[in-house]
Design a protein around this ligand. Structure first.
Ligand SMILES: Cc1cn([C@H]2C[C@H](O)[C@@H](COP(=O)(O)OP(=O)(O)O[C@H]3O[C@@H](C)C(=O)[C@@H](O)[C@H]3O)O2)c(=O)[nH]c1=O
Length: 184
């Protein structure tokens, strides 16, 4: 397993070690001991989520607030997505910055997103199955989010805006400046 820290401290790209033979392949998609050692934190996951979406579907940018914040370990089971994590940790040197990485069933990359980030993804392939682990349970009342297309975030979602499909809920999300008033 190769683990690379992104430009956002605490946010890691994980490339599992894959074993191929005449039957196909094998890899450990998650190993808690190796994972915790690699990221230097004892994140403990309690909920797994899976979603299916067609090309152009964009889910995000989402987080849960306060004590219900979630760290996530995300990957793609089928297809390809552009996955985006935005640093909104108070006082972070990279506050407001994001990482964007293509995750697919071919590159098998995973992204570890600590608590204190907004997260979203858009489907680049015809369809995609997306899978992620969370270190805190879903808590509807704590759901928060920011519009994916807020120009202040300068995220290139790689698809023409006419191709992007979002939920009614995501369409009503506020702008970054409406939520995060102080940068400190
Ligand atoms: C996220 C979530 C949703 N739900 C329900 C609520 C709703 O009826 C239905 C669909 O929910 P949503 O529209 O919020 O699903 P979705 O837009 O896929 O939300 C997800 O987006 C990605 C980007 C994330 O990072 C996740 O944390 C989560 O916010 O599933 C749960 O029961 N448990 C959960 O953990």
């Amino acid at each position: 397993m190769k683990v690379t820290e992104t430009k956002l401290a605490g946010c890691f790209i994980i490339a599992p070690s894959k074993f191929e033979d005449s039957r196909g392949y094998f890899f450990e998609s998650f190993n808690e001991a190796k994972f915790q050692e690699a990221i230097g934190a004892n994140t403990h996951f309690v909920q797994d989520n899976q979603s299916f979406s067609r090309r152009g579907v964009l889910r995000g940018l989402h987080a849960q607030a306060g004590e219900h914040a979630q760290a996530k370990l995300v990957r793609v089971l089928q297809g390809e997505v552009l996955d985006v994590a935005v640093d909104v940790r108070p006082g972070s040197e990279t506050f407001g910055q994001h990482v964007a990485i293509q995750l697919s069933d071919r590159n098998m990359l995973q992204l570890y997103i600590p608590r204190g980030f907004l997260h979203g993804f858009v489907v680049l392939s015809k369809t995609a199955e997306f899978f992620y682990k969370c270190d805190n349970y879903y808590h509807k009342a704590s759901e928060a989010g920011i519009r994916f297309d807020d120009p202040a975030l300068r995220i290139d979602w790689l698809l023409p805006s006419a191709d992007i499909i979002i939920s009614e809920k995501d369409n009503e999300l506020p702008l970054f400046s409406e939520v995060y008033t102080d940068k400190a």
